[in-house]
Design a protein around this ligand. Structure first.
Ligand SMILES: CC(C)(COP(=O)(O)OP(=O)(O)OC[C@H]1O[C@@H](n2cnc3c(N)ncnc32)[C@H](O)[C@@H]1OP(=O)(O)O)[C@@H](O)C(=O)NCCC(=O)NCCS
Length: 168
């Protein structure tokens, strides 16, 4: 049985494993190897994830994890960006465990937390062309809002991220 729970330090390695595998599976056809490695190094290193499972504030509500048979199979988290606006910052399933409804449950947990903080809208940035993410958010009622320059753009990289939002 799969359970969704707030992550603690025992989940750090599992979060790193799922998010790293998720990065490669999601972006290897969209981005350069160097870019993906840079993102993994910055966001999914043990020090950072340990801090992020040890913090739960309005700005960052901490990680939620999906656990199956003691193993992390999905991870996600978000925070408030304004009085009534929540943001999903990260949401990845183990690439072998997509499409089982577990991402929906993780998003529900993040959403419930943000509603407690007063969210009435919820936002997410997705990389343009991410066909493993955008259809999920559309299925959950998110609508296109705008485009903006992606994370860590360098002169030779023209990655675009797309903003989506929904009422919650
Ligand atoms: C996005 C992600 C977290 C969704 O989790 P999941 O467990 O695979 O999704 P679910 O099984 O809960 O799917 C929920 C709905 O989205 C739809 N959906 C999900 N991925 C889809 C896809 N690639 N194409 C079409 N529909 C999709 C499902 O049909 C389902 O619709 P329904 O609720 O109407 O039946 C997961 O697929 C993933 O890790 N993707 C790659 C990483 C990524 O892009 N993350 C988002 C970046 S922030």
């Amino acid at each position: 049985m799969i359970t969704i729970q707030k992550a603690d330090k025992s989940h750090v390695n599992g979060i790193i494993r799922v998010c790293t595998a998720g990065q490669w599976a999601t972006y290897e056809d969209l981005y350069t190897k160097e870019y993906i490695e840079r993102v993994i190094e910055e966001f999914y290193n043990p020090d950072r994830v340990l801090k992020e499972v040890s913090t739960s504030t309005k700005d960052w509500g901490g990680y939620f994890v999906a656990i199956d048979d003691g193993e992390v199979v999905g991870a996600g988290g978000g925070g408030m960006t304004g009085d009534d606006a929540g943001e999903v910052y990260v949401l990845y399933m183990d690439p072998d465990r997509r499409g089982e409804g577990v991402g929906t449950k993780l998003l529900e947990a993040i959403t419930a937390q943000q509603k407690e903080f007063g969210a009435r809208t919820q936002w997410v940035s997705v990389q343009k062309g991410n066909e493993k993410g955008i259809p999920f958010y559309r299925a959950k009622g998110f609508l296109y809002d705008s485009e903006q320059a992606g994370y860590a753009n360098k002169e030779d990289e023209e990655y675009i991220s797309v903003r989506y939002s929904r009422n919650v």
